[in-house]
Design a protein around this ligand. Structure first.
Ligand code: ARG
Length: 668
């Protein structure tokens, strides 16, 4: 069903054309002050200016408004059209007209929300965790906001392709392989305790010397570890130069936990970054001497270069690390109720990591060079795309031949447009990557890959703790998503227990999950994503204010009415006409009919907080209605009319929460 705003737009447009002989945007908005009406047109002021410029004579906005009103035919829609202030045209909607619209949407599963007139293929790039690492708070916003927007676009009728751009390539590659190699050789030679000991020492040093200001001290503390591991490293290379003795069997037989892999990965990163590693030489019987610092990068270029001898072990290691990472991510997605763990949701694979684009990278660079967009920097040998307005160019290939993050994103955007046929590609990524996306988008456009395609970086701010600083654990570490999820559920369980101690335990567990996860997600979704986001447990779990528990509770209360009706033998008669006799009923009705506007705004701006605001206001208006308008105590036909309003409220809440990916239990 066309929205109210759309109906008014059409009528005002016609009136303006009839009054002045040209088309103009009537600038329809929801009324600022409900005292004067429900909607307003703000066009008269601008039109007066425009008319004055055309004729050279002054035009009075109020008179312009009068002229529009004289031509305006709102039929049954309005009971009153008035002019206020400098020329605002206020429209008071007819309660009968609103009631008929409500009746029309009551039989519709979509509650009157239209599908988009021009559906398009939209790629939604979200979550994007990194290999060999637990998902941490840096990915929570992307995962939660991206998922809600994907659901909403889908509901509007777009063909949505979710893409999880797993960070599984680049320099991490060599580190991950080396980390797994350490796990393998220490394990297989019965020395794992030694590795654990070294890792614990590295972790202790990291704790003792945090932050940039302690860098020299940290480096000094880690140098002895490099010296200690070097002879062991050398020994294992000697014992197993081609990897068939320790590495391959380990890769094939040993189970690996992500926590273990992450530990080893961080350890390898710390050690190979240490200045001492640059002086530590490991001699390979066939490949010759290399410093420890060189090894990760060497492995990376090695595998990125398809012409080099086959790398079965590296590939196996890689696949294993990917599988372990993705399993852990899937668990997080399932707990969060995020669609990235559900392959049945779309035909295309949900995950295409950076490594997927590896085969396309040489051609991306070649194409950009042929078009004269990319050039080799004579000073450092890197291949770069100079982007106007950016101080630094976009790097697409390092002097050693290695490709980087930007190359992969260029290959990805080209693939999404050429192969997936996307007309809109949206990226839910931290605002700190804004320059990166500007450069990638500019390059893709210049290369002619993105003709008629919208490329949008839906950037978000940083997640801050209650102290206003980036959110960290008490020990100063990055917070892992799975720990955050556990804490949300525990805290919610306590809240639910206090609120409703009689609930059976299993039921309480389900509700605690819905409330905890709902609160975690809603608190993020309800803020404008562009700003930094203050993370405060107490606030998000509160039953008061713009929170998930408040909305979930509103839903439960509406259900409570029907439960009670049932208990006293009262039924809603669905055929009863809806009547909007009181201001509270009318305000609630009008708001229910604005769901489509909120959804359209989410789709256009990629900002789910428009929908959360809408739902919060819906719940608030419902409470006001319920307080002032007796439902079950009323006589028919008022009772059924009000029950129908309650029913529509519940269904609107449910639909809205579904689009946000938030559960709505019947009971709390
Ligand atoms: N892995 C990246 C990170 O952790 C996010 C990937 C975002 N998507 C993309 N196409 N670059 O920062």
């Amino acid at each position: 069903m066309p929205t109210i705003a759309f109906e008014l737009d059409r009528a005002f447009r016609t009136a303006i054309a009839a009054a002045f002989g040209f088309e103009a945007d009537p600038l329809i908005a929801v009324a600022q002050n409900e005292k004067f009406g429900d909607y307003q047109s703000n066009a008269a002021m601008g039109l007066a200016k425009q008319l004055a410029e055309g004729t050279g004579q002054k035009a009075n906005p109020r008179q312009v408004a009068e002229q529009i009103r004289a031509k305006l035919d709102l039929g049954e829609i309005a009971t009153e059209v008035s002019i206020a202030g400098t020329g605002f045209i206020n429209v008071r909607l007819s309660p009968d007209w609103l009631a008929r619209r409500l009746e029309a949407i009551a039989s519709d599963g979509r509650l009157g929300v239209e599908k988009t007139a021009a559906p398009q293929t939209v790629v939604v790039d979200y979550s994007g965790p990194n290999i060999a690492k637990q998902m941490h708070v840096g990915h929570i916003r992307s995962t939660i906001i991206g998922d809600a927007v994907a659901r909403t676009l889908d509901f509007r009728g777009d063909h949505v392709i979710r893409q999880n751009h797993l960070g599984d390539w680049g320099t991490q590659f060599g580190r991950v392989v080396l980390a797994m190699w350490y796990e393998a050789v220490f394990e297989r030679t019965g020395n794992h305790a030694k590795l654990d000991e070294l890792i614990e020492m590295q972790q202790a040093a990291a704790r003792d010397f945090p932050g940039d200001e302690n860098k020299p001290k940290l480096a000094a503390a880690l140098a002895p570890l490099v010296r200690e591991i070097a002879p062991l490293h050398q020994r294992f290379v000697g014992e197993d130069p081609d990897g068939t003795r320790y590495f391959l069997p380990y890769l094939k037989e040993n189970a690996l936990q992500l926590d273990e892999l992450e530990r080893a990965y961080v350890f390898v990163s710390a050690l190979t970054d240490n200045p001492e590693a640059g002086k530590t030489v490991i001699i390979h019987p066939t490949h010759g001497p290399r410093t420890l610092a060189e090894l990760p990068r060497l492995t990376t270029t090695f595998i990125q270069n398809p012409d080099l001898p086959d790398n079965e072990q590296e590939k196996l290691a890689w696949e294993k690390a990917r599988a372990v990472t993705l399993d852990a991510c899937a668990e997080v997605y399932r707990s969060l109720g995020v669609q990235l763990a559900d392959p049945s949701i779309q035909e295309q694979p949900l995950e295409r990591g950076e490594s997927f684009y590896n085969a396309f990278l040489p051609n991306v660079v070649q194409e950009l060079r042929e078009r004269g967009l990319a050039l080799v920097d004579p000073d450092d040998g890197r291949t770069v795309v100079p982007v106007p307005g950016s101080e630094n160019p976009l790097i697409i290939q390092k002097s050693d031949g290695a490709y980087v993050y930007g190359t992969t994103d260029l290959a990805a955007v080209r693939f999404r447009i050429r192969e997936l046929r996307a007309k809109r590609v949206v990226y839910f990524v931290d605002a700190r990557q804004s320059q990166h996306f500007q450069q990638v988008f500019w390059t893709a456009k210049k290369a002619g890959w993105a003709e008629g395609v919208a490329l949008e970086h839906a950037a978000f701010g940083t997640m801050l703790g209650p102290d206003g600083k980036p959110f960290k654990t008490r020990a100063g570490d990055v917070v892992k998503l799975k720990d955050l999820i556990d804490e949300a559920e525990q805290r919610a369980a306590a809240v639910v227990l206090e609120k409703n101690p009689e609930l059976p335990e299993a039921k309480r567990g389900q509700i605690a999950h819905a409330v905890g996860i709902g609160a975690l997600k809603y608190s993020d979704l309800s803020k404008d994503r562009a700003s930094d986001y203050l993370f405060v447990w107490e606030r998000m779990l509160s039953f008061e204010g713009n929170t998930a528990p408040y909305l979930q509770n509103a839903y439960v209360r509406v259900h409570g009415i029907f439960r009670k009706a049932n208990a006293i033998g009262v039924e809603m008669k669905p055929g009863t006409p809806i009547r909007l006799d009181t201001p509270h009923e009318k305000a609630l009705a009008r708001h229910i009919l604005q769901l489509d506007d909120a959804i359209q705004l989410v789709v256009r701006e990629l900002k789910p907080h428009h929908l959360t605001n809408y739902l919060y206001e819906l719940a608030t208006r419902f409470h006001a209605f319920f307080e002032h308008c007796p439902v079950l105590q009323s006589e028919e036909p008022v009772r059924s009319s009000r029950l129908r309003l309650a029913d529509l409220t519940a269904r609107t809440l449910a639909l809205g929460l579904d689009l946000l990916g938030i559960e709505h239990p019947d009971q709390m």
